[in-house]
Write a protein of this length. Sequence first.
Length: 63
Amino acid sequence: MPLVTVEGPAIKDLEKKKTLAREITDAAVKAYNFPKEHIVVLIKENLPENVSVGGQLVSEMKE
């Protein structure tokens, strides 16, 4: 049973999150040729204060 993990910032819009899960599932079905019921997608949301790029916390970076 394939397990796909996506890590990134929080997605507040539930419809966008559903779309992400569906599209990743569809891609895994094509790649593995498994039924979609066998594909597990985990969406791990990371707070900006828990992510560092180049030694600097994302929460402290200017937009």
